[in-house]
Design a protein around this ligand. Structure first.
Ligand code: ACM
Ligand code: ZN
Length: 518
């Protein structure tokens, strides 16, 4: 009898083991806050349907996406989308909007043998539940179906960003849409577009047509390929904003000032301190940082930016507008009588304080439009504008200083987050080791570190394939750092999951860099 009981117990345990996919075998990335593996599988069939709890555009779109994802797992038939007016069948996959304590982007996902429930207070939370479900659906996870699991998830940081430099090299709309898709796969939510620089102006501004007529094309003598030039119309960008919204990716535009502004100065020669004429040139054909910058003593400069920002905010609904602010050489301001007169009138000490004055005036413009200013960490020099937020790229000390003063900070230091750098300099493992919260901040100050961001400058690698290879696979390290709990730091575990994502990325057209090759 004892032997028989032992046999049955062993038999049941073996059966349970083969019908449980343990969490350490799942290839979820970014890893969720809480994962509890359960016994069994949900097997999608031709009877599977997707039910949405509200008939809104956002949920219909998301339900449709889930049906498409499931269609690849049930080849005979695409699941039906059932709207809220109908009753939810017991075995449906349910997307339900409901209040929760997991924040705006959190969700719960319950997979049982009977059905699947994703619950969240917002379409963004439901989207992330669907993305996680998509990763469980991968045939590599289990041949039996979707493993039963209970997941409770929410992001660590509200800003999970990627910056693409569209100025040094124009990035096609197709590439921007692909980038949004890939970001959404890994729950990243801010695409920061560096739209203006010394190498080109990329956004249609109706009041200043020269910016894109002249400022979006290198002079013929440089013989640059056609693909490297171009600009986005306001309609292009409105459509991209909507594309991003569906995938919970906010487009944050950057209009760079007062430096990195040769594209402006070449079109409107009344704006620099010295008269020009200027013309834009490819990055490696001249000074990497142009010494001519917008004149801070000339009211026309502020009128120009006021008009530009009034069009920018009408296109981009993002809470934050990025104003650049980095690497503005001060030589021209030192020598300019108008800039020096401004310093005197305003009782400023030096040209660093003049840059602060400049940024504060831009902050006033953005505040009138109900937007928040964010800039590279040089905006700290000479005093930070009262409500400015800081994007910290040089070490982490500037971000730490800004957070201690109560300003919000996005960490994107060159040490871990610059993906135009080689993999020898920043490997995935190194990017994954990034700790965005500097030592020595109080709990209240730590809350001002609102996120992290990877940056890609497009002066060296200028084609979509080269850009992909610089971003992938190491962007996944930043995606996990930005989303997963801070305790999630095991490199071997991340590496296993990252490797499982590489073929999936390749199927979606990503040219991923092979870090395993010497
Ligand atoms: C920067 O890399 N100059 C922000
Ligand atoms: Zn000047």
């Amino acid at each position: 009898m004892i032997r028989r009981t032992a046999f049955i117990t062993i038999w049941i345990m073996t059966a349970l083991i083969s019908f449980t996919v343990y969490s350490e075998d799942l290839s979820l990335l970014p890893w969720p806050m809480e994962v509890q593996s359960q016994t069994g599988f949900y097997a999608p069939s031709i009877h599977t349907s997707v039910y949405i709890s509200e008939d809104t555009e956002a949920l219909r779109w998301l339900g449709g996406r889930l049906c498409d994802m499931l269609a690849s797992a049930i080849p005979e038939q695409k699941p039906k989308l059932l709207e809220a007016s109908q009753a939810a069948p017991k075995d449906a996959i349910v997307l339900r909007m409901m209040p929760s304590s997991l924040g705006d982007e959190g969700y719960t996902l319950d997979v049982t043998e009977q059905g699947i429930q994703i619950q969240a207070p917002t379409p963004a939370g439901l989207l992330y539940g669907v993305q996680t479900l998509g990763q469980l659906l991968q045939p590599t996870v289990s041949p039996h179906g979707i493993p039963c699991v209970r997941i409770k998830d929410q992001p660590r940081f509200q800003w999970r960003g990627l910056m693409l430099d569209c100025s040094r090299t124009f990035q096609s709309l197709d590439y921007l849409r692909k980038t949004i898709d890939r970001m959404a796969m890994y729950k990243m939510n801010v695409l920061h577009l560096h739209l203006t620089d010394d190498q080109g102006w990329r956004l249609e501004i109706k009041r200043y047509p020269e910016l894109t007529r002249k400022g979006a094309r290198f002079p013929e003598k440089y013989k640059q390929p056609d693909a490297y030039h171009g600009f986005y119309t306001q309609e292009d960008m409105r459509a991209l904003v909507k594309y991003g919204q569906q995938r919970n990716v906010t487009i944050v535009p950057e209009i760079e000032l007062p430096g990195h502004s040769l594209a402006i100065l070449s079109c409107y020669p009344e704006l620099p301190c010295t008269g020009g004429p200027f013309e834009i040139y490819p990055f490696f054909e001249g000074d990497h940082i142009t010494r001519d910058i917008a004149c801070a003593g000339n009211e026309k400069t502020f009128e120009f930016f006021e008009n530009v920002f009034s069009e920018v905010v009408a296109v981009f609904p993002s809470a934050f507008i990025h104003i650049g602010g980095d690497e503005a050489p001060k030589d021209r301001w030192e020598a300019c009588s108008k800039c020096q007169a401004r310093i005197k009138e305003e009782g400023l000490k030096n040209t660093h304080e003049l840059q602060s004055y400049f940024v504060k005036r831009i902050e006033d413009i953005l505040t009138k439009h109900n937007r928040r200013l964010i800039g590279w960490d040089e905006i700290l020099e000479g005093g930070l504008a009262p409500n400015a937020s800081v994007m910290n790229w040089r070490g982490v000390e500037n971000g730490k200083a800004a957070a201690s003063m109560g300003h919000d900070v996005v960490m994107s230091p060159t040490t871990h987050c610059y993906f135009d750098y080689t993999y020898e300099r920043i490997s995935s493992e190194h990017a994954y080791s990034f700790n965005p919260i500097p030592e020595g901040l109080s709990d209240a100050q730590k809350k001002h570190i609102i996120g992290i961001q990877a940056n890609f400058w497009s002066h060296i690698d200028r084609t979509p394939a080269r850009t992909d290879a610089q971003l992938f696979p190491r962007l996944l390290a930043i995606a996990e750092r930005a989303w997963s709990p801070k305790e999630q730091t095991s490199w071997p575990d991340f590496y296993r999951r990252q490797q499982q994502q590489i073929p999936i990325l390749q199927v979606s057209g990503v040219v991923s860099y092979d870090e395993t090759k010497p």
